[in-house]
Design a protein around this ligand. Structure first.
Ligand SMILES: *Cc1c(COP(=O)(O)O)cnc(C)c1O
Length: 359
């Protein structure tokens, strides 16, 4: 039986996608081999890769003057690739710090440039929140401003896109495709695939063309956006299976009605879970309302001594991977696109039963 998987990443994938992949596994489209066994330069594979890009462009309404790159190394390698690609002419950059991932990003960038760190995490009435932009000290000479839209570990998300005069570079690893996004507001959007796109091993980079000529001369060519763009993300062998499977997820999303439609489902899921937690005396979410994540819902139990039991019983009820990140503890339910509303209903039902028995 398939369980409901609330893992933060690698995360749940749509059942229909896994079934399609299973069906195509041994003999892809009657060609007598698996897609994993195909040359990335073959016409068949190139068509799969191009279709995935075209579908993503449709889903996100990505304009022509943006390149879409399918790379490797995770979002973490982009923490280095971004400064290497953008700080060749001007070595100054602004980094907004709201949690663990944005901190990792600026620590890598500090190797390559003069980084202005804006500490934007704060608390409102004891709840975590993001400081409004008028409280940030920005550098108007920065080559770009970097931020993490959704801090996956803290469950802390921006409620608006920063409004600045320099190119915006944003890590959307755990929020891409969860809600409509105006791509034209950004210089670069990037995301590791394993949260809301597909399997691990693929990293998506959406980059505006005018940013392709600012790389440092010492950048490895694999990391260089202009080289990857020129070679259709095939400077070397790409992560072919993850790219193919992400393409199946994009097809699935289009079948669901696209990003607007899945966003409505996501809103309903989040409302159900946060609503239950807020009404309960037994559970607590530590984030202020405007900055609550649509995708990652951390929560604590009134009785922390019962955490282990909560996780064991949840697992016995086919509700998997609810432990919080090892650095913060507590619980966390990641409710990405592939987790259906029924999964949240089952989770809330279990949480309520557990609270009744122990509250
Ligand atoms: C998971 C995550 C990362 C790291 O991703 P890797 O692909 O493991 O490098 C970076 N940023 C955010 C926001 C994440 O959620």
């Amino acid at each position: 039986m398939r369980a409901y998987n609330f893992c933060a990443g690698p995360a749940a994938l749509p059942l229909a996608v896994l079934e399609k992949a299973q069906q195509e596994m041994l003999d892809w489209h009657g060609k007598g081999l698996s897609i994993m066994e195909m040359s990335h330069r073959s016409a068949d594979y190139v068509a799969v890769a191009e279709k995935a890009e075209a579908d993503l462009r449709r889903l996100m309404n990505i304009p022509e003057n943006y390149k879409v790159l399918f790379l490797q190394g995770g979002a973490s390698l982009q923490f280095s690739a971004i400064p290497l690609n953008l700080l060749g002419k001007n070595s100054q950059a602004d980094y907004i710090h709201t949690g663990i991932w944005s901190e990792k990003a600026y620590k890598e960038a500090q190797r390559y440039g003069d980084i202005n760190i804006i500490d934007a995490a704060t608390q409102i009435d004891g709840k975590f929140a993001i400081k409004p932009q008028h409280q940030w000290t920005l550098n108007s000479d920065a080559a770009y401003l970097h931020y993490v839209d959704n801090e996956t570990i803290g469950g802390l998300q921006f409620d608006q896109i920063p409004d600045v005069n320099v190119p915006l570079v944003a890590d959307f690893s755990s929020s891409i495709l969860s809600a409509p996004l105006d791509v034209t507001q950004f210089g670069i959007i990037y995301a590791g695939a394993q949260k809301n796109i597909g399997p691990a091993g693929l990293t998506l980079v959406i980059v505006r063309e005018d940013l392709l000529d600012q790389a440092r001369s010492d950048i490895p060519s694999i990391l260089k956006y202009s080289a990857q763009a020129k070679n259709d993300s095939m400077v070397n062998t790409p992560s072919t299976y993850a790219w193919y499977l992400s393409g199946l997820v994009f097809e699935w999303l289009l079948e669901q009605g696209g990003v607007d439609a899945i966003h409505q489902v996501n809103l309903e899921k989040a409302k159900l879970l946060y609503g239950y937690i807020d009404a309960s005396e037994f559970y607590n979410n530590p984030v202020a309302l405007p900055n609550r994540s649509l995708m990652n819902v951390p929560f604590t139990l009134l009785r922390t001594d019962l955490e282990k039991q909560f996780l064991q019983e949840a697992e016995a009820n086919h509700l998997l991977n609810l432990a919080g990140h090892r650095s913060v503890g507590g619980m966390r339910a990641s409710i990405y696109n592939a987790v259906p509303l029924e999964g949240i209903q089952a989770l809330v039902g279990f949480m309520d039963d557990f609270a009744q028995r122990h509250g």
